[in-house]
Write a protein that binds this ligand. Structure first.
Ligand code: ZN
Length: 348
């Protein structure tokens, strides 16, 4: 081999090496893209982001539901799972956008007490949808018998207990001659069985509020819903001897309860209660929940449905409960416990 041949040979080898490197890079990009597309990794990340560690508070506890027919704004087009991540914004705006982008729930009270003007501005655009619900309410008013001030009734419901505050809560209720309903979680019943017996002895109603209290676990299927309710039903029976069929699903039935789940609940004889007055005690964690409840009560004054207030067994709720009960007493409301002869209030 002379010098010229050696030079050409080296050049050929160098060319071959860089060509191979190029082909390898192209293949790497293609294979990477294929894996990403087919494994749907962005869904995996979304799942992780929407895991239950992040869901510390309910995102859908709102008091009224309106349907929206028109197209949604761009920023409203987030998906169901993303809505968990937007929890902070949802709380501030009092708006929750459900599955299928079509149900928007607006808390009318949120409009009134929005101290945050930015939130008020954002809500304004949706207010016209809330007012579209009015004609229906007027029809109900026309049919309603005239309310005697002495027969007004309100149903206080306390979720997530029992706990170390239950007995104090019972004492406050007793001092106002108020009856209430407690929707309770399995492990809490096991931890505070005496409290459950005290509730029953005092004439309150007890209901079932799941085992897991976890959206992803509880709402997995119709059978997960039923088996959790069956378990907590059996726990109440074991601890108190009482057979209760009153239930409230974690965070309320919308948007999680599918038609087949509702059918299963019905078929198993359970009576599922949502609410129509959301005190938002879990959100405010101070006395503001009292004003919120009163404003919604006044807005519902002509309602023919039973007035059901959502509250929680929390220390802050207990601290300001006398103020709410004082108001109810002054307005001649009777505070009664739910019972199985009533037609449950349920979100549409
Ligand atoms: Zn709950």
């Amino acid at each position: 081999m002379n010098r010229k041949q050696r030079f050409q040979d080296r050049r050929r080898k160098r060319f071959r090496k860089s060509a191979l490197r190029f082909i390898f890079s192209v293949l790497l990009v293609l294979v990477g893209g294929f894996i990403y597309d087919n494994m749907n990794l962005d869904m995996v990340f979304k799942e992780i982001f929407a895991n239950d560690e992040i869901i510390k508070e309910p995102v859908n506890e709102v008091s009224s539901v309106v349907s929206r027919k028109g197209p949604l704004d761009l920023d409203e087009r987030f998906t169901y799972s993303e809505s968990f991540a937007k929890e902070a914004d949802l709380n501030r705006n009092n708006i929750f956008i459900g599955d299928n982008y079509k149900d928007i729930k607006i808390d009318p009270n949120g409009l009134a007490d929005a101290a945050d003007s930015r939130a008020a501005e954002q809500i304004e655009g949706d207010a016209k949808y809330a007012s579209s619900a009015e004609p229906e309410q007027k029809v109900q008013q026309a049919d309603a018998p005239e309310n005697d001030v002495h027969t007004k009734t309100v149903y206080l419901t306390f979720d997530d207990g029992p706990n170390q505050f239950s007995d104090q809560l019972l004492a406050v209720l007793e001092s106002y001659n108020a009856k209430a309903t407690f929707f309770m979680i399995d492990r809490n019943i096991r931890s505070f069985p005496d409290a459950v017996n005290h509730m029953i002895a005092a004439g309150h109603s007890v209901g079932l509020h799941s085992v897991s209290h976890n959206v992803k676990v509880f709402y997995q299927s119709a059978s997960s819903v039923i088996s959790e309710m069956n378990q907590v039903h059996d726990t109440v029976k074991e601890v108190t001897g009482l057979d209760t069929m009153l239930i409230r699903t974690p965070y309320g039935s919308v948007p999680y309860m599918q038609d087949s789940y509702l059918q299963a609940v019905h078929d198993n004889g359970y009576l599922m209660w949502d609410w129509n007055i959301d005190s938002k005690d879990w959100y405010y964690r101070d006395r503001r929940y009292v004003d919120t409840s009163i404003a919604q009560l006044e807005a519902h004054a002509e309602s023919t449905e039973p007035l059901v207030i959502l509250l929680h067994e929390r220390e802050e709720t207990l601290a300001h409960l006398p103020e709410l009960l004082e108001y109810l007493k002054s307005q001649n409301y009777k505070m009664k416990a739910l019972d199985s002869s009533m037609t449950p209030v349920a979100f549409k």
